[in-house]
Design a protein around this ligand. Structure first.
Ligand SMILES: [Zn+2]
Length: 366
């Protein structure tokens, strides 16, 4: 298994690890006994050591705090929205759970997940939102949540708990469009994600307003934002640009850097791509996301699986760029969603974001 498949996508992990839930203990909030039995079976098929079903929110929270012996702690929890009085109950439940059990992922099941519910799940940092009638899909989501919590690293023996990712874009909103779903996914599985935007986007509107929008978008995704002030429209791959990226590299100390591709019609995107290659020559992994201005020469070779919640987060982050939404064709929600859906075919998942891997090195094994 290649290093990058651990770091940049789950697809490579599947199959190599036949029992992804081996030895885990799962708390299952599910009111219907037959459904609970089906889900428990799917979880045990993936190696779960124990599945503890409870049929009410009160019992769920109680068992969360006091697991029944011999279980000492939960590896993950599943909560069915039907246990609450209404959809709004999900927000409160997730907030309480996170306060009491930070770090234990909750996968939410629903009879027919709506976009609105996905936003609530996203805000409450649910690990995933899945259809209740699909025990296999649910068990896969639990396995993914556990894997991302337990081993988000992929660099064996480095002793780190999480990876650090730096994502570089020429203008406000470039990074959200190219990699918003992945940023959300990684940030919420414990990665430290920094976004570097090289300009204030003066050609597309008032820089002060765009700056505020960029901060809000980063917050939605769970990332930290660094902003430079290079000239929008006339960036060069010169020393100034290289040094700007080097400053961010020094500050964020990234294991992974992702930037625009060389195959792009926008001169600023190409300049930032080249400057980043130079600035990140010592970074372990470098990859390129797809911008709306990418050409047909953009050839991705890695695909990051996204959940519905990740896609909703991406759309919410892009919507934070209010000043651009009306005037830019590529910000159309239908286009963004169908693009993620299209790339999903390469990772055999519903949604994905593509990456062109430029280089990877293993700093530990070298
Ligand atoms: Zn751009």
């Amino acid at each position: 298994m290649s290093e990058i498949s651990d770091v940049m996508g789950e697809a490579g992990r599947r199959g190599a690890d036949a029992l992804p839930l081996a030895g885990t203990h799962i708390l299952l909030g599910e009111g219907d006994a037959d459904t609970a039995a089906r889900i428990a079976r799917a979880l045990r098929d993936r190696g779960a050591a124990s599945v503890h079903p409870v049929a009410s929110t009160e019992a769920f929270l109680l068992a969360g705090s006091a697991p029944p012996a011999p279980v000492r702690f939960w590896d993950a929890a599943v909560w069915h929205t039907g246990l609450g009085p209404d959809d709004a109950a999900l927000g409160g439940l997730l907030e309480r759970w996170r306060a009491q059990h930070p770090g234990i992922p909750v996968v939410v099941s629903d009879d027919a997940p709506s976009a609105r519910l996905a936003v609530t799940a996203l805000r409450g940092r649910a690990a995933d939102l899945v259809e209740r009638s699909d025990p296999d899909g649910l068990a896969t989501a639990v396995a993914r949540a556990v894997a991302e919590r337990a081993d988000p690293l992929g660099v064996e023996g480095s002793g780190q708990n999480s990876l650090r990712m730096l994502v570089v874009g020429a203008h406000p909103d470039d990074v959200e469009i190219g990699l918003g779903g992945t940023i959300h996914r990684r940030a919420h599985s414990g990665w430290d994600v920094t976004v570097l935007t090289m300009s204030r986007g003066g050609n597309g509107g008032d820089p002060a307003r765009r700056r505020k929008e960029a901060h809000l978008a980063a917050e939605v995704l769970g990332a930290r934002l660094l902003m430079e002030d290079l000239p929008d429209g006339s960036m060069a791959d010169d020393r100034v640009t290289v040094e700007a990226v080097e400053r961010a590299v020094a500050e964020a100390a990234p294991d992974v850097v992702v930037v625009h591709s060389e195959s792009d019609t926008h001169q600023d995107h190409r300049a930032v791509h080249r400057a980043t290659l130079v600035a990140c020559r010592k970074v372990a992994r470098l990859a390129c996301y797809q911008s709306p201005s990418a050409t047909v020469s953009y050839r991705p070779n890695r695909f990051i699986e996204l959940s519905e919640v990740d896609v909703e987060a991406k759309l919410a982050a892009i919507a934070a760029h209010h000043s651009q939404a009306a005037s830019r064709w590529y910000l159309d929600e239908d286009l963004l969603r169908s693009t993620a859906r299209y790339w999903g075919r390469f990772s055999q998942t519903r949604y994905a974001e593509p990456l062109e891997l430029v280089h990877e090195r293993n700093p530990v094994l070298l």
